[in-house]
Design a protein around this ligand. Structure first.
Ligand code: NDP
Ligand code: 8X3
Length: 252
């Protein structure tokens, strides 16, 4: 019987690579995102390449009603979710606090914190009912150390860290694993989004060193997901070799 993984934010970057990793290992996948064309095309590609079943759900994690409509009461064949990967998220801007945009703050908090909570609240009942499951939250080194001009993005990722720790405790009676993966700089669409589509600025973020690739995070997620039932990686910080903290890089 194929296992089921639900991955939020699978239209690009980590989420897309994680979906491909699980599909290539014969897992059925529920993939989500807002960009419908990309999501459905990716679903077709995975079905074609790996002969697995894919459910693609287009919704915005910021809106609890959309989350409710899409994830509560899933079709019977999709209810048995083994793993939830809370990956959808973003940074907007890199400004000092006094120059920051309140709208950007709202979007980051509504996506990275409230969106993760809404999705988790919808999916946890499928896991508690069978006393089994695994929730993997994608945090960040920004949730471990604050850095200059990181303010609200860092705060949202500190929240992901706190939610992961407290979920792990609350869900102990249900034998549900909770893992937080905290990546450093990775070359995805993340910087393009952060710098509002400015490709030059985004490129500069990765200049002079080899950043993490999305497939590195997919491999690590896969490793965390395939350990024996009694083993749970609580949290894991991973950077590229050229990054030594949230802000220290060796650029050549
Ligand atoms: P990408 O921009 O490549 O991917 C982000 C994904 O999140 C997209 O699939 C996007 O889909 C989805 N998403 C964003 N907002 C929403 C929303 N409101 N509703 C639904 N889906 C949404 O970036 P990454 O792959 O790098 O980012 C994935 C996660 O990793 C994020 O949580 C990010 O904070 C974290 N991270 C990234 C690092 C990096 O350097 N790249 C390092 C550490 C952590 P769509 O736009 O179609 O909705
Ligand atoms: C993304 C990595 O260093 O831009 O979470 O905060 S960083």
């Amino acid at each position: 019987m194929h296992k089921i993984v639900l991955i939020t934010g699978a239209t690009s970057g980590f989420g897309k690579a994680i979906a491909e990793k699980f599909a290539s290992n014969h897992w059925n996948c529920i993939i989500t995102g807002r960009r419908a064309d990309r999501l459905h095309a990716f679903a077709d590609e995975l079905r074609e390449k790996y002969s697995v079943r894919i459910l693609s759900l287009v919704f915005n994690v910021q809106h609890k009603e959309e989350v409710r409509q899409n994830l509560y009461d899933l079709p019977a064949e999709w209810k048995d979710i083994d793993i939830l990967v809370n990956n959808a998220g973003l940074a907007l801007g890199r400004d000092t606090f006094e120059k920051g945009s309140i709208d950007d703050w709202d979007t980051m908090i509504d996506t990275n914190v409230k969106g993760l909570l809404y999705v988790t609240k919808a999916v946890v009942p499928y896991m508690t009912s069978k006393k089994q499951g695994h929730i993997i939250n994608i945090g960040s080194v920004a949730g471990k150390e604050v850095y200059e001009k990181g303010n609200v993005y860092c705060a949202t990722k500190f929240a992901v860290d706190a939610i992961s720790k407290s979920l792990r405790i609350d869900l102990l009676p249900y034998k549900i694993k909770v893992t937080a993966i905290h990546p450093g700089s990775a070359d995805t669409e993340f910087s393009l989004v952060r710098f509002n589509g400015d490709g030059d600025k985004a490129k500069r973020a990765y200049e002079g060193y080899t950043p993490l690739h999305a497939r590195d995070i997919a491999d690590i997620t896969w490793y965390c997901s395939t350990l024996p039932p009694h083993v749970c990686i609580n949290e894991l910080i991973v950077t590229c070799t050229a990054q030594g903290s949230a802000v220290n890089f060796y650029r050549e």
